[in-house]
Ligand binder design. Structure first.
Ligand code: DON
Length: 419
């Protein structure tokens, strides 16, 4: 593993460890099969926007996607029939109600948003297909495009939910009575139960999130799964409605579009920057993973990931890399250097370490830097030294102070390096 990856890995392991002892919450038992999972399972995966994945804990354990399916089917409906047709059937207003509430908007008679069950069932009905199988095949292909691998369903969870899903049946028939549902309610429900039963790992969720973060391009496969307008609309409803009646608290404290599922997963997206997948199946009263929410909160606080912090800064990072003299490489950063930008700078330096004896990090065009980025670059300079390499900093305005020897210009740094 590259050295900078080890540093980030340590951050993630530490953040996960901070919450490992929390045993609050309960397994979802209204779907009987979900109460059979190991309550201890705990995983955190983070994908950078260029597809590099960090994993901590049980990142290979599969669990069912449940409500995290909802934004992806909503995106598929938008992708295939367009926003106008979708808006004619599903609203975008936060409901402030539980995910399984049997209600529609009093004025429009439509589900209030696509993140509660009513809106999600309506979204399934909008996916093109003459039969339930045709709809399901499209959904499977679409989700798999986001994950970068073919996702399969857990047949036991599907059968368990289908056998006990009276509440969702009530919702589907209510929608049918209001003329909101396209097709036979039982067929639509069958597809909904199947989509909730897809098996994913925390890493799948991180990759799906990173595909949203990249505006619809999967950074691992390079394939465009959907377009930027679909992603923008999908992320918008994730911000306002993704965590149900905890949405306000989530946006204030964590500040990332997100979606939870009663299987214990949470997916969170930092647009343009990274994707997060967390798994821990003990849930709070709102159906959100207790440790999942806590981990996301810590990640946001400790790595400065709140989207209202990052929005103005997302243009950060490497502007140029060049070699003015043999075996001396200059890495020129610009913009605002926050965690994600610093991670990419440090990982680039690390990847190229066999190509230089001296690395010069030129931050003379960096406007601002935060503590998470500073700590990462300090760690990078220590590891360069440990490998017998020199690291110099061009920092005329002293924005950093990483422990690297600082100079006012690249020429001064080259002179110090004796070239
Ligand atoms: O429809 C249901 O009740 C489940 N298949 C999904 C609910 C869910 O994940 C709610 N999210 N936290």
């Amino acid at each position: 593993m590259p050295i900078v990856a080890q540093l980030v890995q340590q951050y993630l392991d530490r953040i996960r460890a901070e919450h490992a002892d929390v045993t609050d919450g309960r397994l979802a038992d209204y779907i009987p099969e979900l109460s059979r999972v190991d309550p201890e399972g705990f995983a955190l995966s983070v994908s950078s926007s260029d597809g590099f994945v960090y994993e901590s804990g049980d990142a290979t354990v599969e669990f069912t996607i449940q409500s995290i399916s909802k934004p992806f089917t909503y995106a598929l409906a938008l992708d295939r029939i367009g926003q106008c047709a979708v808006d004619a059937r599903i609203g975008v207003e936060p409901s402030g109600e539980a995910f399984n509430v049997i209600s529609v908007d009093e004025v429009t008679n439509m589900p209030k948003n696509p993140m509660i069950n009513a809106g999600a069932i309506a979204a399934v009905s909008l996916v093109p297909g003459r039969t339930a199988d045709e709809k399901f095949d499209l959904i499977q292909e679409f989700y798999s495009g986001f994950a970068g691998r073919r996702l399969e369903i857990d047949h036991q969870v599907y059968a368990s939910e289908k056998a006990t899903g009276s509440r969702n049946r009530a919702i589907a028939y209510m929608l049918d009575s209001f003329g909101v549902l396209d097709g036979d309610p039982d067929d639509v429900l069958d597809v909904y139960f199947r989509q909730c039963s897809f098996k994913v790992t925390s890493t799948d969720l991180a990759r799906m999130a990173a595909t949203l973060a990249r505006g619809g391009i999967n950074p691992m496969t390079g394939r465009r799964v959907t377009d930027g307008a679909v992603v923008r609309r999908t992320l918008s409803v994730m911000v306002t409605c993704g965590m149900y009646d905890a949405a306000g608290d989530w946006v204030s404290a964590v500040g990332m579009p997100a979606k939870s599922g009663v299987g214990g997963g949470i997916v969170a997206v930092l647009p343009g920057q990274l994707g997060i997948g967390v798994y821990s199946p003990l849930l709070d009263a709102k159906g959100n993973s207790v440790r999942g929410v806590r981990v996301c909160r810590s990640l946001s606080e400790q790595l400065g990931l709140h989207f209202l912090t990052v929005a103005r800064d997302s243009r950060a990072t490497l502007r140029a890399v060049y070699e003015p003299v043999d075996r001396i490489r200059v890495y020129e950063a610009h913009g605002d250097l926050l965690f994600c930008g610093a991670e990419q700078v440090a990982r680039t330096v690390d990847r190229e370490r066999d190509r230089f004896d001296v690395a010069i990090l030129d931050v003379s065009r960096v406007d601002d830097i935060d503590d998470a980025a500073r700590a990462l670059l300090a760690g990078m300079s220590a590891t360069l030294r440990a490998q017998g390499k020199d690291g110099y900093l061009v920092d005329p305005d002293a924005v950093i102070g990483t422990g690297l020897t600082a100079f006012g210009s690249v020429d001064d740094a080259l002179a110090a390096a004796g070239r």
